[in-house]
Write a protein that binds this ligand. Structure first.
Ligand code: CP3
Length: 342
């Protein structure tokens, strides 16, 4: 299927583009009243994730309503722990919760390598459907959590400010930690390959909790697994977004991936110098700027665009859009990026 708008993929590959493409992390979700309407009819988040027709519907909403240059499949990073044997619940206003967690070798031995065709067929079906419905309008992004971030949820069983249980495991049971990270990595590689096979045009790996490790532990427990994933995925371009890992940008720059995501605390010029000239960069407007008066937002977008330059940039926020953001502000952000003149 030919894409009508392939700006996102060309920018990911570092090719020249007529204008910088733009999308938002967490664009398919609670900021849109149309999403909340679909979600309100259902028993919960998981029903939405596991029903391909509905996942497809909410994936398309930001393409139709906001005019973004890429769609991201509506799902969650937690489908991988589930396919490995740890069921999760999404508790309203609290977030994810796992009844079973991994604390010992016996727990680890209960887990399996995820088989995407079996445990994750609903995501693959949602991707197939969405590709059909998109009909080439914009590329479709597939995704997974990075091994370290998934490890955090599997050990902790829920969100945390410090993820100190997960970090305790790295300190007290390093061999067990590596075994779990290895199992997650193998599951993730199979899952990303399966997403690409059914139509994902690029895959993004979210390392949301990279920032709490620091350079030494990140080198030991995170980067080798990211490297395995990047080396294994040759079928489509890949974006690595390691939030808070400014300290690892030189190493991230060495990965066999096409795009590095930046959060809003990273300085663009410093990040470019650390990553090197080869890769494209994605980001990185502070999501709170969408609360600012329009002239301030416009000024900030202009600075961001000029900092990144016209080549090798995919405009985005520095993290997911906050749920109480006014969709009108999101539209204004997208329009401002599209109208930017270098
Ligand atoms: O980006 C998109 O629009 C696609 C869908 C998507 C979701 N989660 C849907 C979702 C993506 C890419 C994710 C990734 C994800 N999930 C990450 C990595 C990105 C990041 O934000 O750092 C993480 C850490 C998770 C785990 C997760 N899922 C948490 C901690 C929570 C609860 C807190 C929150 O953000 O709501 C979720 C729930 C979740 N995932 C919702 C959505 C739309 C909200 C559920 C609802 O009430 O409808």
């Amino acid at each position: 299927m030919e894409l009508t708008n392939d700006l996102f993929l060309r920018a990911a590959r570092g090719e020249a583009v007529e204008r910088t493409p733009v999308w938002l992390m967490r664009q398919a979700g609670r900021i849109l009243p149309e999403y909340r309407a679909v979600r309100g009819r259902l028993s919960g988040f998981k029903e939405l994730v596991s029903t391909p027709e509905l996942a497809c519907e909410v994936t398309l909403q930001p393409v139709d309503l906001l005019g973004v240059d890429a769609a991201i499949i509506f799902s969650d990073i937690l489908v991988i722990p589930e396919a490995m044997g740890l069921d999760y619940e999404m508790i309203e206003k609290k977030g994810p919760w796992f009844e079973k967690t991994v604390a010992s070798e016996a727990d680890l031995n209960q887990l399996r390598e995820a088989d995407p065709e079996e445990g994750l067929h609903y995501v693959l079906e949602a991707i197939r459907l969405t590709k059909q419905e998109l009909n080439g309008r914009v590329p479709l992004i597939g995704f997974a959590g990075a091994p370290w971030t998934i490890f955090c949820y599997m050990v902790e069983g829920q969100g945390s400010k410090t993820f100190s249980k997960a970090r305790k495991m790295l300190q007290q049971q390093p061999a067990l930690s590596h075994r779990l990270l290895d199992l997650i990595t193998r599951s993730t590689i199979r899952y990303l390959k399966a997403q690409i096979e059914v139509g994902a045009d690029l895959v993004q790996v979210f390392d949301s909790w990279a920032g709490i490790l620091g350079p030494h532990l990140y080198r030991t427990f995170a980067l080798p697994y990211l490297q395995q994933i990047c080396d294994a995925i040759q079928e489509a371009p890949i974006t690595v977004f390691a939030k808070g890992a400014y300290y690892a940008l030189p190493e991230l720059g060495q990965l066999d991936c096409q795009v590095i995501g930046l959060d809003w605390c990273m300085d663009v010029a410093q990040a470019r110098a650390a990553v090197g000239p080869e890769k494209s960069l994605q980001g990185n407007l502070d999501p709170s700027l969408l609360y600012a008066p329009k002239p301030d937002l416009k000024r900030a977008v202009k600075i961001m665009m000029d900092d990144f330059g016209s080549r090798g940039h995919i405009a985005n926020l520095g993290h997911g859009v906050y749920p109480d953001t006014d969709p009108e502000q999101v539209k204004f952000f997208i329009q401002t990026v599209k109208e930017h003149k270098f």
